[in-house]
Design a protein around this ligand. Structure first.
Ligand SMILES: [Zn+2]
Ligand SMILES: [Zn+2]
Length: 395
């Protein structure tokens, strides 16, 4: 007989999480996290949360996903500034910074602690907005990501007894590192929705990537046309994600909420709004309750519109996980706007919404074979559905 879960959400947070920062002028600034936590605090979202810091992950934990010589290279970069471009360290995307190893290992253990708190039934939901570093590969840093906290957390769930873990990644970039780690592992379903690799880093994530020979159907990729906005983005999620998750029957859901699909993001060309991103988080939350006994681990990810987008999207995420959702019409508190004005010399957004109410046309109502978005969705359904026992032509 276990105790009932703590109704509070487990939120990985301590000021030390800000040490994961590639330095001035790099898009992956820890100000994203600082502004998020300040906004969540000012709206009272964290009042009911269980805030938990994290110590750097042990080598034992990192080695469940990463190669020993890569971890050694990160340490050398971290301690002596030694670059290792062959392992992605000291590149434009991943410049070396002091204490890089500790900072990245701290993000990883935060996600592992979050996942295990959910798995043990201490809480229903857990969030690590510093996590979601989905591009890191077993042997290389990539795309602002040093250690793949998402993959390490999924590995920890399997080690703790989870039989099937589903991972859904709505970042504008393909979740290539997580897919690579579990490519041939039928216990993990990886689903990634992203701007097509024809136009965006890392250049992978096409519909025909469906898993290795022992895990056919365990990878699902939706490569969206550049320029996709709320309606198409949510339509693609609705036409694929619930069906593949229901077929897979996960014990636990891990999600990555990079918010760089927003129209204002400087690195990508999708046109999603804060409201669309919030609705995706709501849908995934609902699926965790429907399919995984409520076991939900939500991670951050990309997002480079530091003032206008990231803090609002991730505050909504934490609020949803805390079962204290924030009405989109809620004004952004004046205290936060004053802080932003003082620090950045301009005002932040006025409300928790972009003022849009995305209306989504259901896939079951029909599709247009001449439409680029619908073609992308059809390609994914045709490639991924049969090995999951689903009919691409049915709802
Ligand atoms: Zn991204
Ligand atoms: Zn819930």
């Amino acid at each position: 007989m276990t105790d009932r879960p703590d109704p509070r959400v487990h939120v990985v947070w301590a000021p030390e999480m800000l040490s994961y920062d590639f330095g001035h002028g790099h898009p992956m600034t820890s100000e994203r996290l600082d502004l998020t936590i300040r906004l969540a605090e000012s709206l009272g979202v964290l009042d009911g949360a269980r805030l938990v810091g994290a110590e750097p992950a042990s080598d034992e934990l990192l080695l469940t996903v990463h190669d020993a010589d890569y971890v050694a290279a990160v340490r050398a970069a971290s301690e002596r500034g030694t670059p290792d471009p062959a392992r992605g360290l000291g590149t434009d995307d991943d410049p070396v910074f002091p204490h890089m190893h500790e900072a990245a290992a701290r993000v990883a253990s935060g996600s592992v602690d979050a996942a295990l708190a959910v798995w043990r039934g201490e809480v229903e939901h857990a969030v690590n907005v510093a996590g979601g570093l989905h591009h890191a590969m077993p042997g290389a840093a990539s795309g602002f990501c040093v250690y793949n906290d998402a993959a390490i957390a999924i590995h920890a769930l399997l080690d703790a007894g989870a039989r099937r873990v589903a991972y859904v990644d709505v970042d504008a970039h393909h979740g290539d590192g997580v897919q690579a780690v579990f490519w041939d592992d039928p216990r993990v379903l990886t689903v990634s929705l992203h701007e097509t690799g024809r136009h965006l880093f890392p250049g992978t994530g096409f519909s025909n990537e469906t898993g290795g020979p022992r895990a056919e159907g365990s990878a699902v990729n939706i490569a969206l046309p550049s320029g996709t906005g709320d309606t198409g983005w949510l339509r693609a999620i609705d036409a694929v994600v619930p069906a593949v998750l229901r077929a897979f029957e996960p014990d636990v859901l891990v999600t990555q909420h990079g918010c760089d699909a927003h129209a204002l993001d400087p690195l990508t060309d999708l046109r999603v709004s804060v409201d669309g991103l919030r609705l995706a988080a709501e849908r995934l939350h609902g699926l965790a309750h429907e399919l995984a006994g409520g076991r939900w681990v939500a991670l951050g990810g990309g997002g480079y519109a530091v003032l206008d987008v990231v803090p609002r999207v991730w505050t909504h995420l934490v609020a949803i996980a805390a079962h204290r959702p924030v009405d989109p019409a809620t004004p952004v508190p004046e205290s936060w706007r004053t802080f932003v004005r003082d620090r950045y010399g301009r005002s932040g957004p006025a409300t928790m919404s972009d003022g849009t109410t995305p209306a989504v046309r259901a896939w079951s109502a029909g599709y247009d074979p001449g439409d680029d978005l619908d073609r992308a969705v059809r390609a994914t359904r045709a490639a991924a559905f049969p090995s999951l026992g689903l009919d691409p032509e049915l709802d």
